[in-house]
Design a protein around this ligand. Structure first.
Ligand code: FHN
Length: 456
């Protein structure tokens, strides 16, 4: 681009120019990230046309496990056959969003990230750049309904947005061997696609979302491949600058990219590293697993399903136990990460009862023990010698005990002269042997999921 034209463009967009030439200070970044680091726990929501299909295609079960938000790709349906079957089954009931917000609030979540558009390409907002959206097909702005409901409960708002788009005629799926497409690898008549026009569309669609729905706290991009990512695939740097120009406080994940500098070591959902250059996003995104030791100084968030599917699948009964989910949250916090736990509402927006039950169980535990999660940082000594985990807040340490050790005494190499049972505020006997604190546990642990003791 000629220098004069470039300088003119930069003059026209001072924010963009500023962002590129003046990287954010660490102090400012810490301030921007502070609420997210304190939150520790968010709810993920996968909801789209796939939710109405619920794991069925042509009236038959497609699968009882795996991501059924990919059902269009699983059955190899072109976008029109897919929409003709899925749209009539997507019937958002009045008040669905209030139900989501209540489930998240009761569980102790501080933020909710929901799909504004998944790979199928159907937009939940009322868009002016596509008619494959809730505005045109349902005469509703579902993004507005959801953001209003979340804010009414004091929850922060996150937009998941798929850069992969199986509907847009110019999305050139042939550019990647690694990104999914409903007919990828099968003989289909591919008229030439101009991917630049798709990327223009993507930028316009995102601009609508960051311009028309108030403060957006998180943008959760999804997802790129090693063979197609970043500026080449999405004009990623420009897209992030535009978003920051409208939403300077926004926190964004790393998935516009798939490079080592953005915390990726490959295509696997667990192929993550502790290397997160803020130029590529704010946090690393391990998926369906918890890193063994955390990710050093990098901010990170594990996203996870409650059964095995992000989108609703009536045939998936492989639900994780509530105790597992509670202990996952503790494990993640003990390593300095956030937990983004998913629900997959049905076609009318109802939250599956199995999800409601598990979120309520987590909420009950958080009501008593939330101080051991919110605003804490990673254990200074890694995993303890007992069956449990440790989190830290300033000079206090929280011992999460999963099982009572033989003999009933906890040994831990941490400072402290006072041990308090969080469940009822009672003091426990504490003696010291050099650097080790010895805490005498009650005969029966008050909480079988995790009993918490604060060491001061
Ligand atoms: O393909 C998506 C998948 O459907 C789901 O949205 C997950 C959630 O993190 N992200 C992609 C797979 O990594």
């Amino acid at each position: 681009m000629k220098a004069t034209l470039l300088s003119a463009l930069l003059l026209l967009s001072p924010t963009l120019a500023f962002a590129r030439e003046n990287p954010e200070s660490t102090t400012h970044r810490d301030q921007r990230m502070s609420w997210w680091r304190e939150a520790r726990f968010g709810m993920f929501v996968h909801w789209g046309l796939y939710s109405g299909l619920g794991g069925d295609w042509n009236g038959k079960k497609v699968s009882d496990r795996g991501g059924l938000e990919w059902i269009q790709q699983m059955v190899g349906a072109d976008t029109y056959s897919y929409a003709s079957q899925a749209v009539p089954k997507f019937t958002p009931k009045p008040g669905f969003a209030a139900e989501w917000a209540s489930v998240a609030k009761q569980a102790g979540c501080k933020y909710v990230v929901f799909t504004t558009k998944h790979h199928e390409g159907f937009a939940l907002h009322d868009s002016s750049v596509t008619n494959y959206d809730a505005g045109d097909l349902l005469q509703r702005d579902l993004v507005r309904e959801i953001t209003d409901a979340l804010r009414k409960e004091g929850l922060r708002v996150g937009f998941y947005h798929s850069v992969i788009d199986w509907h847009h005629p110019q999305y050139d799926f042939t550019r990647s061997r690694q990104l999914p497409y409903p007919k990828h690898g099968r003989e289909i008549a591919v008229t030439p696609r101009d991917h630049r026009r798709y990327v223009d569309f993507l930028h316009h669609e995102v601009d609508e979302l960051v311009s028309n729905y108030g403060t957006v706290d998180v943008i959760w991009w999804d997802y790129s491949a090693q063979d197609f990512q970043g500026d080449q695939a999405w004009r990623a740097g420009e897209l992030m600058d535009k978003v920051r120009g409208k939403q300077p406080q926004v926190i964004m994940n790393n998935r516009l990219f798939r490079i080592p500098e953005a915390g990726f070591s490959g295509m696997g959902t667990n192929a993550v590293t502790a290397r997160m250059d803020p130029k590529y996003g704010d946090f690393v995104t391990p998926e369906q697993h918890i890193p063994d030791t955390g990710l050093g100084d990098a901010d990170w968030e594990t996203c996870m399903t409650m059964n095995t599917s992000w989108g609703f699948n009536r045939h998936d009964s492989k639900w994780k136990a509530s105790q597992t989910l509670i202990r996952n949250l503790i494990d993640i916090a003990s390593k300095g990460g956030n937990y983004l736990l998913n629900i997959g509402p049905t076609g009318d927006g109802s939250v599956p009862p199995e999800s409601v039950e598990r979120m309520a169980a987590i909420g009950n535990w958080m009501k008593t023990n939330g101080e051991s999660i919110y605003g804490t940082t990673a254990s200074p000594i890694g995993k303890p010698g007992f069956d449990g985990r440790i989190t830290r807040r300033g000079d206090s340490h929280y011992l999460h005990v999963f099982a009572r050790p033989d003999g009933g005494t906890l040994r831990v190499k941490l400072p402290g002269s006072k041990a308090t049972l969080i469940a009822d505020g009672s003091s426990l006997e504490l003696t010291r042997e050099g650097e080790e604190a010895l805490v005498r546990l009650p005969e029966t642990l008050p909480d079988a999921d995790a009993t918490v003791i604060r060491l001061d």
